[in-house]
Design a protein around this ligand. Structure first.
Ligand code: FOL
Length: 200
Protein backbone atom coordinates (compact mmCIF):
# COMPACT_ATOMS: atom_id res chain seq x y z
CA UNK A 1 0.00 0.00 0.00
CA UNK A 2 1.32 3.47 -0.86
CA UNK A 3 2.35 5.47 2.19
CA UNK A 4 0.00 8.24 3.20
CA UNK A 5 1.03 11.75 2.37
CA UNK A 6 1.46 13.77 5.52
CA UNK A 7 0.61 17.46 5.64
CA UNK A 8 1.61 19.61 8.57
CA UNK A 9 -0.72 22.54 9.19
CA UNK A 10 0.44 25.35 11.45
CA UNK A 11 0.15 29.03 12.18
CA UNK A 12 3.51 30.52 13.16
CA UNK A 13 5.22 33.86 13.66
CA UNK A 14 8.20 34.92 11.55
CA UNK A 15 10.40 33.26 14.17
CA UNK A 16 8.31 30.11 13.83
CA UNK A 17 6.72 30.57 17.24
CA UNK A 18 3.53 28.58 17.68
CA UNK A 19 2.66 28.57 21.38
CA UNK A 20 2.95 30.14 24.80
CA UNK A 21 2.05 28.51 28.14
CA UNK A 22 0.08 25.70 26.50
CA UNK A 23 -2.09 27.83 24.21
CA UNK A 24 -1.67 29.81 21.04
CA UNK A 25 0.06 33.18 21.57
CA UNK A 26 -2.66 35.15 19.77
CA UNK A 27 -6.42 35.38 20.08
CA UNK A 28 -9.15 36.48 17.75
CA UNK A 29 -7.79 35.25 14.42
CA UNK A 30 -11.23 33.88 13.60
CA UNK A 31 -10.84 33.80 9.82
CA UNK A 32 -7.53 32.04 10.22
CA UNK A 33 -9.21 29.41 12.40
CA UNK A 34 -12.05 29.11 9.89
CA UNK A 35 -9.44 28.45 7.16
CA UNK A 36 -7.94 25.71 9.36
CA UNK A 37 -11.38 24.17 9.85
CA UNK A 38 -12.29 24.23 6.14
CA UNK A 39 -8.94 22.97 4.88
CA UNK A 40 -8.69 20.09 7.34
CA UNK A 41 -12.34 19.12 6.80
CA UNK A 42 -12.57 19.34 3.00
CA UNK A 43 -12.25 16.03 1.18
CA UNK A 44 -11.78 15.52 -2.54
CA UNK A 45 -13.91 12.43 -2.56
CA UNK A 46 -17.68 12.31 -2.69
CA UNK A 47 -19.88 12.30 0.40
CA UNK A 48 -20.04 9.02 2.22
CA UNK A 49 -16.29 8.53 1.92
CA UNK A 50 -14.16 8.62 5.07
CA UNK A 51 -13.31 12.02 6.53
CA UNK A 52 -9.79 13.38 6.78
CA UNK A 53 -7.75 12.65 9.88
CA UNK A 54 -6.23 15.20 12.25
CA UNK A 55 -3.33 13.84 14.28
CA UNK A 56 -2.30 15.77 17.37
CA UNK A 57 -0.48 15.45 20.64
CA UNK A 58 -2.27 15.25 23.97
CA UNK A 59 -1.32 18.81 24.93
CA UNK A 60 -2.85 20.15 21.71
CA UNK A 61 -5.98 18.11 22.38
CA UNK A 62 -6.17 19.72 25.85
CA UNK A 63 -5.73 23.18 24.29
CA UNK A 64 -8.79 22.88 22.04
CA UNK A 65 -11.86 24.40 23.68
CA UNK A 66 -14.00 21.49 24.96
CA UNK A 67 -16.99 22.62 22.90
CA UNK A 68 -14.93 22.21 19.70
CA UNK A 69 -13.44 18.79 20.40
CA UNK A 70 -13.31 16.33 18.92
CA UNK A 71 -12.89 18.52 15.82
CA UNK A 72 -16.06 17.72 13.96
CA UNK A 73 -16.29 15.87 10.64
CA UNK A 74 -12.69 14.72 11.02
CA UNK A 75 -11.17 11.57 12.52
CA UNK A 76 -9.33 12.83 15.62
CA UNK A 77 -6.23 10.82 16.57
CA UNK A 78 -4.38 11.80 19.76
CA UNK A 79 -0.86 10.64 20.54
CA UNK A 80 -0.52 10.08 24.28
CA UNK A 81 1.50 7.95 26.69
CA UNK A 82 -1.77 6.89 28.32
CA UNK A 83 -3.20 5.26 25.21
CA UNK A 84 -4.85 1.85 25.60
CA UNK A 85 -2.56 -1.05 24.60
CA UNK A 86 -4.76 -1.81 21.60
CA UNK A 87 -6.31 1.03 19.61
CA UNK A 88 -10.04 0.35 19.16
CA UNK A 89 -10.98 -1.22 15.84
CA UNK A 90 -13.70 1.38 15.44
CA UNK A 91 -14.06 4.38 17.70
CA UNK A 92 -17.27 6.26 18.45
CA UNK A 93 -17.18 9.66 16.76
CA UNK A 94 -17.56 11.46 20.10
CA UNK A 95 -14.17 10.24 21.33
CA UNK A 96 -10.73 10.66 19.78
CA UNK A 97 -8.73 7.56 19.01
CA UNK A 98 -5.78 7.41 21.42
CA UNK A 99 -2.52 5.85 20.27
CA UNK A 100 1.06 5.80 21.61
CA UNK A 101 3.12 6.67 18.54
CA UNK A 102 2.95 8.59 15.29
CA UNK A 103 3.35 5.31 13.37
CA UNK A 104 0.31 3.87 15.14
CA UNK A 105 -1.64 7.00 14.26
CA UNK A 106 -0.70 6.67 10.59
CA UNK A 107 -1.47 2.94 10.57
CA UNK A 108 -4.90 3.62 12.06
CA UNK A 109 -5.62 6.27 9.41
CA UNK A 110 -4.49 3.94 6.63
CA UNK A 111 -6.61 1.04 7.92
CA UNK A 112 -9.64 3.31 7.92
CA UNK A 113 -9.25 4.48 4.34
CA UNK A 114 -8.47 8.07 5.31
CA UNK A 115 -7.64 10.24 2.29
CA UNK A 116 -5.81 13.14 3.85
CA UNK A 117 -3.80 13.20 7.04
CA UNK A 118 -3.07 16.49 8.77
CA UNK A 119 -0.65 16.74 11.64
CA UNK A 120 -1.91 19.67 13.71
CA UNK A 121 0.76 19.84 16.40
CA UNK A 122 2.08 20.70 18.82
CA UNK A 123 5.83 21.10 18.76
CA UNK A 124 6.65 17.58 19.99
CA UNK A 125 4.44 16.02 17.34
CA UNK A 126 5.67 18.33 14.55
CA UNK A 127 9.21 17.25 15.55
CA UNK A 128 8.25 13.58 15.08
CA UNK A 129 6.41 14.18 11.81
CA UNK A 130 8.80 16.67 10.14
CA UNK A 131 10.94 14.00 8.43
CA UNK A 132 7.89 12.20 7.05
CA UNK A 133 5.90 15.20 5.89
CA UNK A 134 5.68 16.15 2.22
CA UNK A 135 3.68 19.35 2.62
CA UNK A 136 3.36 22.22 5.08
CA UNK A 137 0.38 24.56 5.15
CA UNK A 138 1.90 27.51 6.96
CA UNK A 139 0.03 30.58 8.05
CA UNK A 140 2.79 33.12 8.47
CA UNK A 141 1.83 35.59 11.17
CA UNK A 142 3.61 38.85 10.46
CA UNK A 143 3.81 39.99 14.06
CA UNK A 144 6.06 39.04 16.92
CA UNK A 145 4.24 37.37 19.74
CA UNK A 146 6.11 36.01 22.74
CA UNK A 147 6.40 32.25 22.27
CA UNK A 148 7.90 29.33 24.22
CA UNK A 149 7.15 26.69 21.60
CA UNK A 150 8.41 26.60 18.01
CA UNK A 151 7.77 24.85 14.69
CA UNK A 152 10.84 22.76 13.73
CA UNK A 153 11.14 23.61 10.01
CA UNK A 154 12.55 26.99 8.96
CA UNK A 155 10.63 28.14 5.87
CA UNK A 156 11.79 31.48 4.44
CA UNK A 157 11.70 33.18 1.06
CA UNK A 158 10.57 30.73 -1.62
CA UNK A 159 13.20 27.97 -1.26
CA UNK A 160 14.29 26.70 2.11
CA UNK A 161 16.33 23.63 3.08
CA UNK A 162 14.71 21.16 0.68
CA UNK A 163 11.30 22.86 0.61
CA UNK A 164 9.69 25.04 -2.06
CA UNK A 165 6.89 27.50 -1.61
CA UNK A 166 4.06 26.85 -4.05
CA UNK A 167 2.00 29.37 -6.03
CA UNK A 168 -1.42 30.70 -5.20
CA UNK A 169 -2.85 28.49 -7.99
CA UNK A 170 -1.22 25.45 -6.41
CA UNK A 171 -2.76 26.41 -3.06
CA UNK A 172 -6.18 26.66 -4.68
CA UNK A 173 -5.77 23.31 -6.44
CA UNK A 174 -4.75 21.45 -3.30
CA UNK A 175 -6.77 23.16 -0.57
CA UNK A 176 -9.75 24.50 -2.52
CA UNK A 177 -9.06 27.92 -0.94
CA UNK A 178 -8.84 31.14 -2.92
CA UNK A 179 -6.19 33.01 -0.97
CA UNK A 180 -5.19 36.70 -1.08
CA UNK A 181 -1.70 37.08 -2.53
CA UNK A 182 -1.09 40.10 -0.28
CA UNK A 183 -2.26 38.38 2.86
CA UNK A 184 -4.98 39.51 5.19
CA UNK A 185 -5.36 41.48 8.39
CA UNK A 186 -7.41 40.54 11.40
CA UNK A 187 -7.22 42.18 14.84
CA UNK A 188 -4.22 44.33 13.81
CA UNK A 189 -2.42 41.13 12.87
CA UNK A 190 -1.30 40.54 9.30
CA UNK A 191 -0.82 37.01 7.99
CA UNK A 192 -0.30 35.04 4.78
CA UNK A 193 -1.48 31.55 3.86
CA UNK A 194 1.38 29.56 2.33
CA UNK A 195 1.85 26.02 1.01
CA UNK A 196 5.28 24.42 0.95
CA UNK A 197 6.22 21.07 -0.60
CA UNK A 198 9.29 18.97 -0.11
CA UNK A 199 11.66 18.83 -3.08
CA UNK A 200 12.00 15.40 -4.75
N1 FOL B 1 -3.10 25.70 11.92
C1 FOL B 1 -3.54 26.92 11.62
N2 FOL B 1 -3.38 27.39 10.39
N3 FOL B 1 -4.17 27.67 12.52
C2 FOL B 1 -4.39 27.20 13.78
O1 FOL B 1 -4.97 27.92 14.59
C3 FOL B 1 -3.94 25.92 14.14
N4 FOL B 1 -4.17 25.40 15.39
C4 FOL B 1 -3.73 24.19 15.66
C5 FOL B 1 -3.06 23.46 14.68
N5 FOL B 1 -2.85 23.95 13.47
C6 FOL B 1 -3.29 25.18 13.17
C7 FOL B 1 -3.96 23.57 16.99
N6 FOL B 1 -4.88 24.28 17.86
C8 FOL B 1 -9.00 24.47 17.28
C9 FOL B 1 -8.42 25.06 18.39
C10 FOL B 1 -7.04 24.98 18.56
C11 FOL B 1 -6.24 24.32 17.65
C12 FOL B 1 -6.83 23.74 16.53
C13 FOL B 1 -8.21 23.82 16.36
C14 FOL B 1 -10.48 24.56 17.08
O2 FOL B 1 -11.23 24.88 17.98
N7 FOL B 1 -10.95 24.30 15.85
C15 FOL B 1 -12.34 24.35 15.42
C16 FOL B 1 -12.63 25.75 14.93
C17 FOL B 1 -13.96 26.24 15.29
C18 FOL B 1 -14.08 27.67 14.80
O3 FOL B 1 -14.39 27.88 13.61
O4 FOL B 1 -13.81 28.59 15.58
C19 FOL B 1 -12.47 23.40 14.21
O5 FOL B 1 -13.59 22.92 13.99
O6 FOL B 1 -11.47 23.19 13.51
Amino acid sequence: MAPLEITLIVAATRRMGIGLHGTMPWTGLRKEMAYFRRVTTRTLASSGSPPNAVIMGRKTWDSIPPQFRPLKDRLNIVITRSAPAQPPSDAPATQPVRVSTLDQALAYAREHGIARVFVIGGAQIYDMAAQKATRVLLTRIERDFECDTFFPIKLEGTQSAGWTKRSRDDVRAWTGEDIEEDGQVENDTKYHFEMWERDE
